[in-house]
Ligand binder design. Structure first.
Ligand code: ZN
Length: 212
């Protein structure tokens, strides 16, 4: 490994969360891909007939995590403690990391995003919360946790849009970012997974993407 690649790799680029082939969740992932190709987002986010809501939310949440992980991975060199000393989404919104145990921590954006991504990975790795085996039911609090995951992933989109959009454009990644975010918004709105007030930092963009 060259010096350059090892130094860039030390940033927050996490391994993709894999859904193993041959599982029902894998089939659901394929269903998402196929309907997305058709370009009909409303159809792509709708709960497929006969499917369980929790599992549908689980599969899509993993998918959004992977997309954000990849998108953020392309701009990590621009998102540094120096350039982004606070986790913000424009001048009006600032986020502090709260793990529920200690009082909220004010930290830089890369540190906050690192907290988010590793916390989300821990949730995915919890077999009781995200069961990978067929026939295992999801816990009663599943949707509550999934909502927290999606709320936190939204903040990563919001940070990228507010603080790094020019860099995203420079990398010619903006179409990719917009497609991913639009899919995300259709999904969370379909099942009411994020409070309106949480979406405020990107409200104008959301209205534009939804054609309102
Ligand atoms: Zn940043």
């Amino acid at each position: 490994m060259s010096f350059l690649s090892s130094s860039t790799k030390s940033k927050t680029v996490r391994p993709k969360k894999n859904i193993p082939e041959g599982t029902h969740q894998y089939d659901l992932m394929k269903h998402v891909e196929k309907t997305l190709e058709s370009g009909n987002l409303q159809q792509a986010v709708a709960l497929p007939e006969g499917e369980e809501l929790n599992e549908w939310v689980a599969v899509n949440t993993v998918d959004f995590f992977n997309q954000i992980n990849m998108l953020y991975g392309t701009i990590t060199e621009f998102c540094t403690g120096k350039k982004c000393p606070v986790m913000s989404a424009g001048p009006k919104y600032e986020y502090h990391w709260a793990d529920g145990q200690t009082k909220p921590i004010k930290c830089s954006a890369p540190r906050y995003i690192d907290f988010v991504m590793s916390w989300v990975q821990d949730q995915f790795d919890d077999e009781a919360l995200f069961p990978s085996k067929i026939g295992v039911t999801y816990p009663k609090n599943f949707l509550t946790i999934a909502k927290t995951i999606l709320k936190r992933l939204f903040r990563v989109y919001a940070h990228i849009y507010h603080q790094h959009f020019q860099e995203v454009v420079g990398l010619k990644e903006e179409a990719h970012l917009n497609t991913s975010f639009k899919h995300f918004i259709f999904f969370v709105q379909e099942f009411n997974l994020i409070d309106c007030k949480e979406l405020a930092p990107l409200q104008e963009l959301i209205e534009r993407l939804l054609g309102k």
